[in-house]
Design a protein around this ligand. Structure first.
Ligand code: AMP
Ligand code: MG
Length: 482
């Protein structure tokens, strides 16, 4: 276990130099106060959990202090936002403080989000509000607990510094951890500015540090396609809607990244749009699959100086089959299957169609399905479906399928409970914790985070967190401003 002053820095990205990032010092926020820290994330840096309670912790993660070996930099990148190319984005309100090497030899980027203005701030104030910082914290740590590839959140520090959005709010900082903050948009930036030398350097850097098993650029692209397919499959299986899948918000490592107005589905609706500003539904839940493919094509375009178009096109063709295989695997496990049958895809699609637009609670459905033996479970769940004949036909096929699996009911229950969470991050739960935090009470946030960090375990006394949203919490419009 380490103390804060024992972290070891090795700032590889900073060493790439000024073509890739700009040195910028964090601008402190006033009267900083720790809102929350993640013990699981502290462990990634080998930090003693008690360190989070020290005044120095809050000072370091509010821009009021800095390690001697940190080298804060704002990264430059560009990207396609809602399908339109924006030639210059970059870290407008976040800084890469440096890279910490843990005892296992892993590098972790320390990225302080909300650290003040940078050369890439454009019209923005360089700040993040408490509301959005808490939302990112909760989702990062919940997805990690679920087993979905994601960037992590170490802590959120609240402050008295005023920030103006639709209303007056207060600034906060979130410390994000990721093995890398390189995005698809990094490659696009160097491609569209015709800096092929720098693009070459970035590819070499990415391959050497993050994809050491890839022999060349083509293999690197293939690995990115594979990881992205795996991530999107996990999103679709768990009902996660990202909301802003711009190419600057896609991690080269296939990690869920840059949380905006995200949502986890309550009722199942494939056409759900969680981003209030997404008028056309470009980033609707079901569109996440073709959009990921589109984003990979945008990345492929940026690699054309170094990888033959033929090879890129061929690799892009792998995305959908890879996605489908990962999704099928996740869904089979959610339904309690250990073996693969040809007709599984159809069985799963039929279930989703029966749920579509109805009032079935997506997260609770799978948990309840595993709670009892199959026949009893479908009998209980039947009441929630509109098309009873359709459901009965599905239930009969499902029960027959479960019977063919063999094995005990107890083993099935344990297997299903290990992949189907008892507790889910619902918008209304996040909203309640945020409102309390904005009023200065972080206790509800701590409790919600504690419950969600062990989502598969039954936690006596925490039943209220399994409840479906009340009327006010069903279709919360999450503003894009953050
Ligand atoms: P996001 O929507 O958070 O992915 O951000 C898109 C782009 O806008 C990135 O370049 C951000 O750094 C920048 N940005 C977002 N909010 C702010 C802000 N408050 N101040 C400065 N830049 C911002
Ligand atoms: Mg972003």
């Amino acid at each position: 276990m380490k103390r804060l002053d024992q972290l070891h820095f090795d700032n590889r990205f900073a060493r790439l130099g000024d073509d890739f990032s700009t040195a910028v010092q964090p601008e402190p926020i006033a009267e900083p106060r720790l809102a929350i820290a993640s013990e699981a994330a502290l462990a990634l840096l080998d930090l003693d959990p008690a360190e989070a309670q020290r005044p120095e912790f809050v000072r370091l993660f509010s821009g009021n202090a800095l390690w001697r070996d940190a080298e804060p930099r704002a990264m430059v990148y560009s990207g396609h936002q809602f399908g339109v190319y924006n030639p210059r984005l970059g870290d407008g309100r976040g800084l890469l403080l440096g890279e910490v090497v843990n005892e296992a030899g892993e590098h972790w980027d320390l990225h302080l989000k909300g650290a003040g203005s940078t050369p890439y701030s454009r019209m923005g104030d360089g700040r993040a509000v408490l509301r959005s910082s808490i939302r990112e914290f909760l989702a990062s740590e919940y997805l990690a607990a679920l087993g979905v590839p994601t960037t992590r959140a170490l802590c959120v520090v609240a402050s008295a510094t005023p920030v103006w959005r639709e209303r007056k709010e207060t600034a906060a900082m979130l410390l994000r951890l990721s093995p890398s903050h390189i995005r698809f948009g990094h490659f696009e930036y160097f491609y569209y500015t015709r800096q092929h030398g720098a693009l070459r350097q970035l590819l070499d850097f990415t391959r050497a540090n993050h994809f050491p098993d890839c022999a060349d650029d083509a293999a690197l692209f293939r690995a990115v396609v594979e990881r992205t397919a795996e991530m999107i499959a996990a999103w679709q299986a768990y009902g996660f809607c990202h909301g802003v899948m711009n190419t600057d918000n896609l991690s080269i490592l296939g990690l869920t990244f840059d949380f905006g107005p995200y949502a986890f589905l309550d009722d199942f609706d494939a056409r759900f749009i969680c981003n209030h500003s997404d008028d056309t539904g470009r980033y609707s839940f079901e569109n996440q699959v073709p959009i990921a493919h589109w984003n990979l094509s945008a990345l492929a375009q940026a690699l054309t100086p170094f990888v033959p178009v033929e090879a890129l096109r061929e690799t892009l063709g792998l995305f959908l089959p890879l996605y489908q295989a990962h999704w099928l695997d996740r869904m089979r496990r959610r339904l309690g299957f250990t073996q693969a049958e040809e007709a599984d895809t159809e069985l799963i699609q039929r279930l989703l169609q029966l749920m579509q637009g109805g009032a079935v609670d997506y997260p609770n459905f799978f948990r309840a399905l595993g709670e009892q033996p199959a026949e009893a479970a479908v009998g209980t769940l039947r009441e929630e479906f509109v098309d009873l004949a359709g459901f009965d036909a599905w239930a009969a096929d499902y029960c027959a399928r479960v019977a063919r699996e063999g094995g005990s009911a107890e083993a099935r229950r344990a297997r299903m409970h290990a992949v189907n969470p008892r507790y889910s991050l619902r918008n209304y739960l996040a909203q309640q914790a945020i409102e309390a935090a904005e009023a200065g009470d972080f206790a509800p946030l701590h409790e919600l985070h504690a419950v969600l960090s062990r989502p598969f375990e039954e936690q006596p006394g925490k039943e209220r967190y399994t409840e479906r949203p009340p009327e006010w919490g069903k279709h919360l419009e999450i503003s894009c401003s953050s």
